[in-house]
Structures are given as C-alpha cells and as structure tokens.
Ligand binder design. Structure first.
Ligand code: 13P
Ligand code: SF4
Length: 312
C-alpha cells in the first residue's frame, strides 16, 4: 500500500504546476526538499539546468549566489530564492569593491573566480569555475600567465598543488568545510578501518591529505557508487548523504564530525530552504532575484566562458 502524500508536498506539486515552475535544488539542502525538486545537482549542473529551462519560474532551493547565477543566465525567467538571507561565507568574505581593488593591483593576472561569489565579483573576473571543472579550466590558462584565484583559499591551494600552477589567492573560506575535526576523523577511522575518507576541495589542506578521494559534490556522489568500499566518512556538508544513501542503500555513510559539539557540518544557509519556504516562494513568487542589467551582462561573460570550457 502506498503512503498518502504529505499535504505540504501535495501543495508544492499543485503550485508548481499552476505556476509553470521548476524547482532546482543543491545537494546540500534537506533530503525532503531534494525529493520535491525537479532537478538536484552540483553548482555547475544547476547553472546548466537554469540556463536551459523553459519554465516561467525557477525556484532555487540553494543559496543566493546560485539563484543570482540562474538569473544572469536566464534573465527572462522569474527566479525566486525561498529565503533571501541564504548567503554563503565565501561570497560574503569577498566584497565586490575590495575585490575589484585587489584585481586592479594585479593587472597582468588572469582572474579565476569560484562560482561562490557575488555578481559584482564575477563581473571583474575573466572566467568562473566550480569545483567540478576548476582543474580543467586552470590547465586551460596559458603557461606563464599568472593566475589570481578567489575567494576560496583551500580550493585555490588544492588546485595549485594539483596543477603545479603558482596562484595568487584571496584568503576566503567556507565555515562548513573548515569545521571538521581531524582528531575525531582519526578516531572514526580506527573504529571503521575499512572506511574510505572522501572530501570536498573546500576542506583545509591537512584534512584533504587524509582523503583517498577529493571531488565536487557530484564527483563524490558518483565515486561512492563505483567504489567497492562499503563504508565512507564524508567530509562535506551533510545534505549530500541523502543522495549517497539513496543511490547505494547497501553502503554506510558517516558524516565527518565537526570539532565542537554542534551541527557545524550543516550549512546554515542551505538549511533555510525548508519545505514551507519553498511552498511560500511558489505561492507568493517572492523573494525574487533582480539584477541591474549592466552588471548582469558583465557577470555573464565569465560564466559563459566557463560553460564553453566545461563542454565536452
Ligand atoms: P559543488 O556542489 O559545486 O561541489 O559546490 C559545493 C558548495 O559549496 C556549494 O555551495
Ligand atoms: Fe557557502 Fe560553505 Fe554553505 Fe557552500 S557549504 S553555501 S560554500 S557556506
């Protein structure tokens, strides 16, 4: 016998139909929100989905820079973010005016910015990257051309090590990926000696050194499907465990623990996307993402360059 549908979920389905809306969700939002979405993906996949959707409304269950990127790529659609205060510590740690001044001091550098930044930062960048295409894009920059990378110093340091390219780094970081306790992970590994430690490149270098596989959220997810290991210690935001468990129900996924006695491995911004907030956004078509057209056009150029370089 099939379970009756939760009335809130039924309301979301009905509003989505009447609004001709699409719900895009990042892997870090709560599982119940992922389960009502039309598409769940990493930052790159979500940008691609937002660019090509024909729906009138995009409800972006993610954070502000993601919804803003959707609006930059598909400006004729109405883009709503269920909670306008869903920011990102990386984006907030890199104000556009300070970043523009930093770029102006290094006019010979090729400016690569992680997608976790504001439209203002994108507008003064040469190319955008996500964690799933960053290595390929760094390698596409001509040898000898100095690279400036912002805003995540951990991803920047990881890319520099991987590609051998010297990179000038903006010193930002993600509050979630800097929270993991190496001491507790070592204790977990002692209890689960066969477990594989896998990590997102936003983690600190000392934590990445403990991992047997490093990748974006979608790369981590597909790795857990193809690896013969049965147990994984997952050093990234906890939301991804929902998809890992769904795709490999026979395997065990243990969230890497934070140092303190807290839920600091949950992104407080992503978790603002509750089912109620998604329902309200669909019903009221707010909070809407709007952008100055001049800024949108400037920010679009480096995003399009990224999409071209990611193809194939
Ligand atoms: P990806 O899903 O692109 O790996 O990004 C992780 C992230 O921190 C999004 O905020
Ligand atoms: Fe930003 Fe970190 Fe949250 Fe991702 S997990 S949205 S990088 S604060």
């Amino acid at each position: 016998m099939t379970e009756p549908m939760d009335p809130l979920v039924a309301e979301i389905h009905e509003l989505r139909r009447s609004r001709n809306a699409v719900i895009l969700a990042h892997y870090y939002v709560d599982g119940e929100v992922q389960d009502v979405a039309d598409f769940v993906g990493d930052s790159l996949q979500l940008s691609q989905a937002a660019q090509k959707t024909q729906a009138d409304v995009i409800v972006f269950a993610g954070v502000h820079f993601m919804a803003e990127t959707a609006k930059i790529l598909n400006p004729t659609r109405k883009v709503v973010l269920p909670d306008l205060s869903a920011g990102c510590s990386l984006a907030e740690g890199c104000p556009a005016d300070r970043f523009a001044a930093f770029v102006a001091k290094h006019p010979d550098h090729y400016v690569l910015s992680y997608i976790n930044c504001s439209a203002g930062v994108k507008a003064v960048s040469d190319c955008i990257v996500t964690s799933s295409n960053a290595e390929k894009i760094v390698r596409s920059v001509p040898e000898g051309k100095p690279i400036l990378f912002a805003p995540d110093r951990n991803l920047g340091a990881y890319l520099s090590k991987k590609t051998g390219r010297d990179m000038l780094l903006w010193r930002g970081s993600c509050i979630v990926h800097e929270t993991f306790s190496e001491r507790k992970i070592i204790a977990l590994k002692t209890r689960h000696p066969d477990a594989e430690i896998i990590a997102h490149p936003e983690c600190e270098p000392s934590l990445l050194a403990m991992a047997s596989y490093i990748g974006s959220t979608s790369a981590l997810l597909s790795y857990t499907e193809r690896s013969p290991s049965k147990t994984f210690i997952v050093a990234t935001e906890t939301g991804i465990l929902h998809q890992m468990q769904k795709r490999s129900p026979e395997k065990e996924f243990i969230p890497a623990p934070p140092e303190g006695n807290c839920h600091c491995n949950d992104c407080p911004f992503m978790k603002k996307n509750t089912l109620e907030a998604v329902r309200d956004a669909l019903r009221d078509l707010t909070p809407e993402i709007t952008l100055d057209e001049d800024l949108r056009v400037k920010a679009l150029r480096p995003i399009e360059r990224m999409l071209e370089l990611s193809a194939g």
